[in-house]
Design a protein around this ligand. Structure first.
Ligand code: NAP
Ligand code: F7E
Length: 338
């Protein structure tokens, strides 16, 4: 039986990866932070199957212990302060967790289990002000947030440990991936949750920031398969995981509301842009500049050819299916609220 250790096990990707590895017969260890109230997050349904270890990415001693306890064959480093907007409010915490945290876990691997395979959760945010369209493994990086900069350190230190110590260490440069388990502060879930609430009469309108930014959105369940595939290869390497499709935030809003049965009519531009519900003329989407970022990533679109060719990876959930699944799930959840 193979043993895996997942940092960030309570998060969106941690939950789908846990399901995948448990299905494959792995013994799954998950690193969890101590909280004042015990909260298994997205792995509540797996709490009797995962072996939890209390540790923190900023505490290398706890990570060394976790490596010793788990004796993991494969380590997936998914833990992060992952919300870009918060990285301006908490730049040092973001650096501690996302940058120093990466070298902390790499050191734990190097000291305790140098023969293990290691996955680092890198991100399309490292491309930031994009230098090439579409973005691929060889595209130069230009991060635009403290999050992107911290993740770039994690990416390079992973590559450096591979080259310095011959560790089997891979980085997956994953483009945005969402799901029914996505945190509600991220734009996709914020939109699908609001569409559900507005449909059910529990919210009047949705306020958003930059609706012109474009993202390459896939489903998390597809993307965790790529993480696993990277560690099953003979040689470690870095891969872009993306759909090669891009859409604006506005397009996401339009489709999500349509799936909730609300046809939108758009008017105005910039901070004055609004969308009204065609059926009753009510304004249901507005712009609030408080959601603008100090620096924006305007356009992301990834080229997954290398992963498709070398790993045999292919995304299965289409954009339309992703939005449908999220909207239907939120209509159900909001409907069940007391
Ligand atoms: P997520 O839902 O925000 O999950 C993040 C996880 O990290 C949570 O389990 C969180 O634990 C944990 N964590 C945060 N700080 C920690 C600390 N100091 N010590 C230990 N654990 C800590 O993120 P996700 O969407 O699953 O993403 C997984 C990884 O992929 C992240 O590294 C993210 O940056 C990266 N990534 C995500 C995307 C995407 O579109 N989703 C794209 C590219 C890369 P709590 O439950 O205690 O908060
Ligand atoms: O923003 C715009 C916002 O917060 C997407 C993380 O998983 O993917 C994610 O980072 C876009 C941005 O995700 C609102 O300005 C407009 O242009 O959903 P998001 P993100 O910043 O792309 C990458 C790959 C990661 O690695 C990260 O961990 O949507 N936007 N209005 C808004 N965004 C939010 N959150 N809220 C709004 O009201």
């Amino acid at each position: 039986m193979k043993r895996a250790l997942i940092t960030g096990v309570t998060g969106q990707d941690g939950s789908y990866l846990s399901e995948l590895l448990l299905d494959k017969g792995y013994e799954v260890y998950g690193i969890m932070r101590r909280k004042s109230v015990v909260d298994y997050g997205n792995v509540e349904h797996l709490k009797d199957k995962i072996k939890f270890i209390y540790a923190d990415m900023t505490d290398v001693v706890s990570l060394i212990s976790a490596m010793k306890i788990s004796q993991a064959d494969e380590i997936f480093n998914l833990a992060a302060q992952s919300f870009v907007a918060t990285s301006w409010e908490q730049p040092l915490a973001t650096a501690d967790i996302d940058a120093v945290g990466a070298i902390n876990i790499l050191e734990a691997v190097r000291i305790v289990r140098p023969e293990a395979k290691f996955y680092q959760a890198s991100t399309s945010e490292m491309f930031g002000l994009v230098q090439e369209i579409p973005q691929k493994e060889t595209t130069p990086f230009y991060p635009r947030s403290p999050y992107g900069v911290a993740k770039l350190y994690g990416h390079w230190i992973t590559k450096n440990y591979r080259e310095s110590y011959n560790l089997f260490a891979c980085s997956g440069i994953l483009f945005n991936h969402e799901s029914e388990r996505r945190g509600k502060e991220f734009v996709t879930r914020k939109i699908t949750d609001a569409a559900a609430r507005i449909k059910l009469g529990k919210q009047q309108y949705l306020e958003l920031g930059n609706m012109d930014s474009k993202r390459d959105w896939g489903h998390s369940a597809d993307y965790v398969k790529a993480m696993w595939l990277m560690l099953q290869q003979d040689t470690p390497d870095d891969y872009v995981i993306a759909t090669n499709e891009t859409r604006t935030v506005r397009e996401f809003v339009d489709i999500a509301f349509k799936k909730a049965g609300i046809e939108l009519a758009w008017k105005g531009s910039g901070v004055n842009e609004t969308a009204t519900n065609k059926q009753n003329g009510k304004v249901v989407v507005k712009v609030n500049p408080k959601f603008f970022r100090p620096a924006e990533v305007d356009l992301l679109i990834g080229d997954p050819t290398k992963a498709e060719t070398n790993l045999g990876w292919k995304r299965e959930v289409s954009f339309e299916q992703l939005v449908s699944r999220m909207v239907e799930n939120d209509i159900r959840l909001v409907g069940e609220e007391k």
